[in-house]
Write a new protein. Structure first.
Length: 216
């Protein structure tokens, strides 16, 4: 499929064709693909905008400055929460730390756990030094899946203040959460972190025990 074929799909009146066109952008020259992607991120149909925002996570490397502004606009103004979440995911994947204030505002302006999870994950990928208070709040108030992502993000930050926040989850009934605790503590320092890793190295869940043991 050449660029003309992809353009025809993206410019189709059928929103399903536009989605297919976005998904096939990887088959053509990246610079040309990015130019075709830019207008559809504000498409009238929310599924098209969602697909475009998600695609920006990889295509945005072509022009990071333009990607930043396009994704910021979706985070700030889109009427659909899942489009905002996809834009947050893309900002994190691209490591666009300049969007921190936008992500923080999005986190504070919604109680939707999927959006909050996307913001928390993005902040973890960015490793932004201002992210700690947001991640602390997510750990204290979020749904379990949000807490799991927040634990991982705190580990990514490498800020030893996170140890006291993470330690209560060593005894979680959720093996996935204990695994994320082990992974996070492996990026942190101090006797408390090491003691918790030693305990997790004897965890009944093999994956958790193996992960904790890898840091000892």
């Amino acid at each position: 499929m050449n660029s003309d074929d992809v353009r025809a799909l993206i410019e189709s009146e059928d929103y399903g064709d536009r989605i297919i066109g976005i998904e096939r952008l990887g088959n053509i020259d990246p610079a040309a693909a990015f130019e075709l992607l830019k207008p559809v991120i504000t498409d009238e149909h929310p599924r098209v905008r969602y697909t475009a925002a998600s695609k920006m996570a990889t295509m945005g490397t072509v022009d990071r400055a333009s990607a930043l502004e396009l994704l910021r606009d979706r985070v700030r103004t889109d009427s659909e929460l899942d489009v905002r979440a996809a834009a947050a995911d893309a900002l994190g994947a691209l490591g666009l730390k300049e969007a921190f204030d936008d992500l923080q505002q999005l986190y504070n302006s919604t109680t939707d756990w999927i959006v909050r999870m996307s913001v928390v994950a993005a902040l973890g990928e960015m490793k932004h030094d201002r992210a700690f208070p947001v991640l602390e709040d997510a750990l204290e108030t979020g749904e379990d899946l949000v807490k799991i992502i927040a634990i991982g993000a705190l580990g990514e930050l490498g800020d030893d203040r996170a140890i006291d926040l993470i330690l209560p989850f060593v005894d979680s009934n959720d093996a996935q959460m204990r695994f994320r605790v082990a992974k996070a503590l492996g990026n942190l320092n101090g006797d408390a972190a090491r003691s918790a890793l030693e305990k997790l190295a004897a965890d009944p869940a093999e994956q958790v025990a193996r992960e904790a043991g890898s840091y000892l």
